[in-house]
Design a binder for this molecule. Structure first.
Ligand code: HEC
Length: 215
């Protein structure tokens, strides 16, 4: 995958990060100057407030991780019917990973996914209001929101990448041009994840997107 300012991925990423659909190069430039970058502020308010610590969010959502800890690969419903969950063997996280999805009918329409790895970290995806795009956030092992996450490449090597930039690479729907909770471009991204993550781990290097010749 050639990542240039002219590629659909960069155009869609630029629109997603800044909320502007105009010419990708100027949007990428605008993003480079945007602060703060590490703890990302979406262009529109996320569908629910994202606090600095996971415990506050968990309480607000009424999700009891201990009472409802699905172990099987099939979706199970939480006792209060508000969630469904399952455990997957994750390649990107190199081990078992629990996934909890809200059931929107029971949650006032809220679509949120919570993915946990052994209490080490929590990744969140929330659908934007009136949009097909989802927002991505990470809480670290200490329960505090952080601007990066660790992934495993297809060869199993751990690499650290900034959030939400790295999230976008895998959670990109190329046909629709938007960013969803389903990791549609995973096979694509896993092949390129390392160079991609390394290039993005220093957001100032986003400039490379704008400076490369178009395809
Ligand atoms: C290297 C590819 C890759 C990257 C990068 C990535 N994901 Fe994912 N994500 C996946 C895969 C694959 C799954 C499916 C579960 C699994 O196998 O771990 C997934 C599942 C999820 C889920 C569960 C969605 C559901 O309802 O099924 C959430 C939430 C999530 N990711 C959030 C994030 C966040 C937040 C980031 C950025 C910090 C991120 N992801 C970055 C590949 C990726």
């Amino acid at each position: 995958m050639a990542i240039t300012a002219g590629s659909p991925f960069v155009r869609d990423m630029a629109r997603y990060l800044t909320g502007s659909g105009n010419d990708a190069e100027s949007v990428v430039r605008k993003y480079r100057d945007k602060r703060p970058k590490v703890l990302w502020v979406p262009p529109e308010k996320p569908a629910i407030e994202i606090p600095d610590d996971f415990e506050t969010l968990r309480q607000k959502l009424g999700l009891d991780l201990k009472a409802f800890a699905p172990t099987g690969m099939k979706w199970e419903r939480s006792p209060d019917q508000k969630w469904m969950g399952r455990t997957v063997q994750s390649i990107v996280k190199a081990g078992p990973r629990r996934i909890y999805r809200s059931r929107p009918d029971e949650m006032g329409g809220l679509k949120i996914s919570i993915a946990t790895v052994n209490g080490q970290e929590v990744e969140i995806a929330v659908q934007r209001t009136n949009s097909e795009d989802w927002d991505f956030f990470v809480y670290g092992a200490d329960g505090k929101r952080q601007g990066y996450s660790t992934f495993h490449t297809s060869k199993g090597n751990p690499v650290e990448g900034p959030a939400p930039l790295t999230c976008l690479a895998c959670h990109y729907n190329r046909d629709q041009g938007n960013f969803e909770r389903r990791p549609l471009s995973y096979s694509l991204a896993s092949a390129v994840v390392k160079p991609f993550v390394l290039a993005l781990s220093d957001p100032s290097r986003l400039g490379f997107l704008a400076s490369q010749p178009q395809e």
